[in-house]
Design a protein around this ligand. Structure first.
Ligand SMILES: NC(=O)c1ccc[n+]([C@@H]2O[C@H](COP(=O)([O-])OP(=O)(O)OC[C@H]3O[C@@H](n4cnc5c(N)ncnc54)[C@H](O)[C@@H]3O)[C@@H](O)[C@H]2O)c1
Length: 332
């Protein structure tokens, strides 16, 4: 499998390492800035270097493209690749808007090339342990999760609306949103209510937010997003499940099951280390890449694919709208 990369920044270095760890051929890179592409090409021994994805596609020779560029480039680069029959793994948020995301799905449906969205927490060992245990909690009444940077925030394109689409919600909150949805078995949203603002820095985009999502299975999810927050409940992302029969959480990853007969609470430990060395370990991205490659090889629709990415985009877009109008957004 010959893989091309769009961008040569932070996340693409991790994806390239993941492709290498999975035995794929690192075939080409498209990166706007020469000072970024040269060291990247050297590190991963990639000779085919282009300034744009369109040039890479015209030259041919890639089976799949991994997109890790600023958000405004996700849709145009993905659509160009999908139209050329090249499979796509695109970073979150998959697009700037629901309309763009829908065009990406249509391009994938038309050409048959796979579209996967890098909602990476679905490939994390702790998240998958909690998902496997969730039935022990009975019906999940509510979830509480966050994706925040405390006393830290990004600079550059991340903070410009025209390049990023949204701020901390589109960057960090979307991780917590997708994690909650994954743990709940991918329910559909019924309504979204949010308060989102810019309070910590002079940004063009949001740096703090709270979102309430009502799902069609009756569960309610409370999600926090932020950059430069003065406090965080734990590492940069975490989710808790409040079930009829008990409580489950990530980081530390465990269940707490009330044992009324013994008048105590039983703790079920995941056995995974906490705090762990890296909150976002290479192994999570390796597993994500392995799954992307397996979907292509076995002609399987990836999950998280365009559909999962689109639901997240709908919720993010509705949250911004709700915050602007002060009203809940109800989905049909
Ligand atoms: N899942 C995760 O854990 C995770 C972590 C970080 C970033 N991300 C996502 O990955 C994407 C990239 O984030 P990043 O932190 O790597 O950003 P970054 O700024 O480090 O990298 C982006 C790269 O794209 C390049 N670029 C800009 N314009 C380009 C163009 N026209 N053509 C080709 N390349 C161009 C930039 O020069 C830069 O090298 C974002 O969508 C972000 O949300 C995901």
């Amino acid at each position: 499998m010959k893989i091309g990369f769009a961008g040569a920044g932070y996340i693409i270095n991790i994806h390239a390492q993941a492709a290498r760890n999975n035995g794929a051929e690192l075939a080409a890179v498209a990166e706007k800035f020469v000072e970024k592409v040269v060291p990247f090409g050297k590190k991963f021994r990639i000779k085919q270097q282009y300034e744009t994805v369109e040039q890479m596609l015209a030259a041919g020779g890639v089976d799949a493209l991994v997109i890790g560029t600023p958000n405004f480039l996700h849709a145009p680069q993905a659509i160009a690749a999908l139209q050329a029959g090249v499979h796509v793994l695109v970073e979150k948020p998959m697009a700037m808007s629901v309309a763009e995301a829908e065009k990406m799905l249509a391009a994938s449906a038309k050409s048959g090339a796979k579209l996967m969205v890098a909602h990476c927490w679905r490939f994390d060992q702790d998240v998958n342990w909690l998902k496997a245990q969730a039935a022990r909690l009975g019906k999940i009444i509510r979830t509480k999760g966050y994706g925040v940077h405390s006393n830290w925030g990004p600079a550059g394109w991340f903070t410009q609306k025209a390049l990023a689409g949204g701020g901390a919600l589109a960057d960090m909150g979307i991780h917590a949103l997708d994690t909650a949805r994954y743990l709940l078995g991918d329910p559909q949203p019924v309504s979204v209510y949010a308060k989102i603002g810019t309070h910590y820095k002079d940004y063009d985009v949001d740096d703090t937010g709270v979102i309430l999502v009502e799902w069609d299975n009756g569960t309610t999810s409370y999600i926090e997003s932020g950059w430069w927050q003065p406090y965080s409940d734990g590492p940069e992302a975490g989710t808790q499940l409040y079930g009829e029969k008990g409580f489950g959480q990530l980081f530390p990853t465990r269940l707490l099951l009330p044992n009324d007969a013994a008048q105590k609470v039983d703790e079920v430990k995941s056995g995974f280390k906490f705090p762990r060395k890296e909150h976002c370990p290479q192994s999570m991205y390796d597993a994500q890449m392995a799954y992307f490659l397996a979907c292509i090889q076995s002609d399987q629709t990836p999950v998280p694919g365009g559909l999962e990415g689109l639901v997240n985009m709908k919720i993010v877009q509705a949250a911004y709208e709700s915050s602007r109008t002060g009203l809940a957004v109800h989905f049909q």
